[in-house]
Design a protein around this ligand. Structure first.
Ligand SMILES: NC(=O)c1ccc[n+]([C@@H]2O[C@H](COP(=O)([O-])OP(=O)(O)OC[C@H]3O[C@@H](n4cnc5c(N)ncnc54)[C@H](O)[C@@H]3O)[C@@H](O)[C@H]2O)c1
Length: 356
């Protein structure tokens, strides 16, 4: 592997993967393409540029942004990743970036003969179907019940067998449409592709907003001492989390087996062992920051919100001989440490978001 292009390379996931691949493949040239649309992404740009990654200012909506010399791998991690995106009238930006940007990636990859890794999301699964999953209520969290009508749902989480027919938020729809196009380019043009369909990814360097990045926001509220609410579901809502370095481990494992990139789709996440409800996250945030907050309640369920998502990543774990190693506590500690080291410059980005 000589040249790797990462779109959204100044984002949380893109910049973290850039540095992991830099470390794992010291001879490769790594390019990070980003238009710095996300507030705070300039901080990620500065951290990768100082560490051997070439930053390319450009917009994935524009095919000419891919005018660099040919690359042999493209990781598509550019997006507007909010589940509420498009509601305020910016639907065109979401579609043009998330779907149009992926089409430009695929066209460039086709021209270059490059492999493509598409970072997708569990949000491709329809909201109403996820809401129909039968739950048990434990002391501080919901659990997925043992008996389910829907395929692909069980106490271990949601597998690739879960149905895909239904509405899913504009974000989820653009990512699903991109998945379809990635598969199509693999089948018709022989592109080597993989789709990693990730649940919540968490860790340092996520420039969290009120509508995306709950794990970081939770720690930030404790760190800065800001008001916090359980919105909908009373804090019992559960997500599994994947430390961004565990995603990095997976991607490095996948890069070692490029001959097995055959258009496959993999559910990727920390699984039940690395899951927490918001109530449990509060306990963890207290431990990580040493600060206690009293959390309020707002009963209105937000559009597109769901009570539980846990990834059943057993298929990916078996295929790539990989497993998530980092616990919820470790994720929270790493975020708290990052906030302690960078508190002043992160305050304008994170502190205003917690209150919204
Ligand atoms: N963070 C998560 O929990 C999570 C979970 C599942 C999937 N994903 C996927 O991972 C990818 C990265 O997400 P993230 O959390 O790093 O988000 P992020 O917002 O931190 O990163 C996305 C980057 O894309 C850039 N960008 C936006 N529009 C662009 C455009 N038109 N041209 C060029 N760059 C543009 C932004 O400036 C930002 O730096 C996304 O595809 C998202 O769907 C993220």
């Amino acid at each position: 592997m000589k040249r790797v292009l990462i779109t959204g390379g100044a984002g949380f996931v893109g910049s973290s993967l850039a540095l992991r691949i830099r470390a794992g493949h010291p001879d490769a040239e790594i390019l990070a393409l980003d238009n710095l649309y996300r507030r705070g992404s300039e901080l990620n740009r500065d951290r990768i540029v100082g560490r051997g990654v070439t930053f390319v200012m450009g917009d994935v909506r524009d095919r000419s942004a891919f005018g660099m010399a040919p690359c042999d791998l493209v990781i598509d991690a550019a997006a507007e990743p909010s589940v509420t995106a498009g509601r305020a009238g910016d639907a065109r930006y979401v579609v043009d970036t998330n779907l149009g940007g992926t089409l430009n990636v695929l066209e460039a990859a086709r021209e270059w003969g490059a492999a493509v890794l598409f970072i997708s999301t569990s949000r491709v699964y329809p909201v109403e179907l996820l809401r129909r999953i039968k739950l048990d209520r434990a002391k501080n969290r919901f659990e997925i019940a043992g008996e389910q009508e829907m395929p692909g749902a069980g106490p271990e989480g949601i597998s690739e067998e879960f149905p895909l027919d239904g509405a899913r938020t504009l974000y989820g729809a653009t990512k699903f449409a991109s998945e379809v196009m990635v598969s199509e380019y693999a089948a018709h043009f022989g592109l080597k592709t993989l789709i990693d369909r990730c649940g919540v990814i968490a860790g340092p360097w996520q420039m969290a907003r009120a509508d995306q990045g709950v794990t970081t926001l939770w720690v930030a509220a404790h760190h800065y001492g800001l008001p916090l609410n359980y919105i909908g579901y009373g804090g019992f809502q559960v997500r599994d989390m994947l430390h961004v370095d565990d995603l990095g481990d997976l991607v490095l494992a996948q890069l070692r087996c490029l001959d097995r990139w055959d258009g496959g789709v993999w559910n990727v996440g920390g699984g039940r062992a690395v899951s927490a409800s918001l109530r449990e996250l509060t306990v963890q945030a207290r431990a990580a920051t040493g600060r206690e907050l009293s959390v309020g309640e707002d009963p209105a369920v937000r559009e597109g919100d769901i009570p539980v998502y846990i990834t059943d990543a057993r298929r990916a774990m078996a295929e790539w001989a990989w497993r998530p190693e980092r616990s919820v506590g470790r994720i929270m500690d790493d975020i708290a440490c990052w906030l302690k080291d960078n508190g002043d410059r992160l305050r304008p980005i994170l502190a205003g978001e917690v209150n919204r």
